[in-house]
Design a protein around this ligand. Sequence first.
Ligand code: NAD
Length: 337
Amino acid sequence: MTREATLIAGDGIGPEITEATLLVLDALGATFDWDEQYGGMSAVEKAGTPLPNATLDSIRRTKLALKGPLTTPVGGGYRSVNVALRQEFELYANDRPTKTIVPGGRYDKVDLVIIRENTEGLYVGLDHTFKVGDDPKAVAQAMSVMTREGCRRIVRFAFEYAKQHGRKKVTIVHKANILKATSGLFLETARMIAPEYAGAIAADDKIVDNAAMQLVIDPAQFDVIVTTNLFGDILSDEASGLVGGLGLAPGANIGTKAAIFEAVHGSAPDIAGRGIANPSAQMLAAAMMLDHLGELDAAARLRRAIETVIVKDNVRTRDLGGTAATAEFARTVARRV
Ligand code: NAD
């Protein structure tokens, strides 16, 4: 069945990894009717704005998007289009799995999922500077906003996710010792919900700094982690580093109005345009999109093909110690599916 979906190739390495992903989806026989739209820097160049109305209209209609990374200027300039999309479509749950694919790395048995709250906390955009005397930026202030309902729905999402995916434990990660109101509300709400799953899903909690250290020392102790926006962003990049880096880390942004699938990584300006980026994360994001659509066999075939190419065929991009170009890796995966 052909399914309409929005396609945003994105900035930097985005077009390269998206082309590679479309090639393997084609080989898989997964047919999408893509509505190609723009966002980020490439949208500024084409339409004069980082988030054109046409892009929003398209996602409103299709409720489904595969998105490449979008560049956000650092320290100034326009606000993150990624954050804007998550807020516009209430994509409150960010599902970021980390699993060992490459053998012989630091850890052989990492298999954890970070469920990150995706719309609240420090990402609400209440970030200001204040003038004092002659200095226009003498004071900077950011506000974190958490709601009871926001905490409730992400924690419930994490426990339901654990139940549906045969997971055994949810670890609540917070900073409630210092951020007593915001992180405190998150922890308090999570502790109210956890007992509803007693006997089926175990629950514990950890302060984020300890959780970050424990992830490096003994990642196998983690199963599902549920946490707030900023902590989830940082911990998921950290987790990807345990299994070979950002080139292998996919993510899904799930909400009530739409779902957007993307790699965890950014536009990687340092390697953009050279044809050497690892497209696996974007391909694995496409596999999550197939799962979401109930195409479980196709998703499993795609994951198996990526694994076979990396492990058995030993065709790897440079970030994994190989020499394969993005296109060569994609052609090998396409043959394997
Ligand atoms: P980044 O994730 O783009 O890159 C970090 C490092 O990882 C770089 O050395 C890069 O070369 C490497 N890397 C990332 N993806 C790779 C891949 N597929 N294959 C091989 N190597 C890869 O992070 P950054 O440099 O901090 O950010 C660059 C831009 O991306 C910023 O504008 C940032 O705001 C944006 N960003 C966007 C998203 C998104 O669209 N969801 C996520 C994170 C960052």
